[in-house]
Design a protein around this ligand. Structure first.
Ligand code: PLP
Ligand code: COI
Length: 339
């Protein structure tokens, strides 16, 4: 049995009982198998190690008041994984297989799904790597797909409390026609120097501008950016950001609340006009932004004067969480109940 102190969980790795694996060989995926080992036996010339053939996903399972476990929008994650695979020439995993393996991973580790009251959840991390031994730069012919799970608390230590973010103009995360729209390991490697610098300076994340013109808002470290003004939910349209499933959900919820929704390029100057701003993602949920500092331009944009989340961010957060935990009806069919 697990002896996790649910209330003290941060966003980290805790060993669970099983991970689920399938291997791609001769053009076919093998029947998924549950493994207890946390390790992979990998050839030193595997393409993942040299040429970065690695894609991953992130989704969550939640335990409701009724004790049932709900997985949020796994179909969307299955489709995005396929898109990432196409983006860096990896074998695609069938959607049904992704869903079956997610369910298997959650069921096999069900006692790690935190209780309803804790506000924590089970993070599900699917990943795929190229495993063929190769030295020339070309796609692997064999792949391994693994899903592990780990119980998590808030991604940003503050949880649902506004935190400051920073624009560091000397770093880019992804190029306009590069891999920013795919969930590939290389994008995260590219963000580490700026991310650590931001943390050392006391910021929770880097707010990236578009790499070409340094004019428009891209995204916030491991999350999308959104803002509220004049009863409108505004979020960037960009060819270098990850299409966030949380953001897609919030756009729908915003519309349901009677807000207008705009997905368009957001010039940095417009930050001055926003009433609320936040980062959103599976890990980040909604992480309200206190202030954005554009250090080299000596500019600062403040979104929370009292250190509290804005009213619309709060409403969106509550509505999203209510659907995820099963407190609110699932009218869009976003939730899969684990039977
Ligand atoms: N942007 C980046 C770079 C991310 O890593 C994530 C996390 O998955 C997101 C945005 C948010 O996406 P989602 O809401 O699908 O988790
Ligand atoms: C997620 O929100 O699922 C992420 O992948 C963000 C980060 C932990 C990489």
């Amino acid at each position: 049995m697990s002896t996790v102190d649910w209330s003290k969980l941060s966003f980290g790795y805790i060993k669970t009982d099983y991970n689920i694996r399938s291997h791609y060989r001769d053009g076919k995926w093998s029947e998924p198998e549950a493994e207890t080992s946390e390790y992979i036996n990998l050839h030193m010339a595997a393409t993942t190690l040299h040429y970065g053939q690695e894609v991953f996903e992130g989704l969550k399972a939640f335990r409701g008041k009724d004790g049932k476990v709900r997985i949020f929008r796994m179909h969307e994650n299955a489709l995005r994984l396929q898109s990432s695979c196409r983006g860096i020439k990896m074998a695609e995993l069938p959607v049904e297989m992704f869903e079956k393996m997610v369910l298997q991973a959650v069921k096999k580790n069900e006692h790690f799904v935190p209780p309803y009251e804790s506000g924590a959840s089970l993070y599900i991390r699917p990943l795929m790597i190229g495993t063929s031994a190769q030295v020339g730069v070309k796609p692997s012919v064999e792949y391994t797909f693994i899903i592990f799970v780990t119980p998590v608390g808030p991604y940003f230590k503050a949880g649902f409390k506004p935190t400051p973010m920073v624009i560091l103009r000397e770093y880019d995360r992804a190029a306009p026609l590069g891999t920013g729209t795919y969930k590939v390991g290389g994008n995260y490697a590219a963000s580490l120097v700026a991310g650590e610098k931001a943390h050392e300076m006391g910021y929770s994340a880097v707010l990236y501008l578009d790499a070409k013109e340094k004019k428009y808002i891209d995204e916030c470290g491991p999350a999308n950016f959104f803002a509220i003004k004049d009863n409108t939910y505004i979020t960037p349209k960009s060819t270098s950001i990850l299409p966030s499933i949380t953001n897609k959900s919030l756009m729908q919820l915003a519309e349901d609340m009677g807000l207008k929704v705009e997905r368009r390029p957001i010039p940095e100057e417009e930050l001055e006009t926003f009433e609320e701003a936040g980062a959103c993602g599976t890990a980040a949920v909604i992480s309200p932004i206190l202030r954005i500092d554009d250090i080299s331009e000596n500019k600062s944009y403040v979104f929370s004067k009292d250190g509290e989340p804005g009213p619309i961010s709060l409403k969106l957060y509550n509505q999203l969480r209510a659907i995820q935990y099963g407190d609110e009806s699932d009218k869009y069919g976003w939730v899969t109940i684990v039977e």
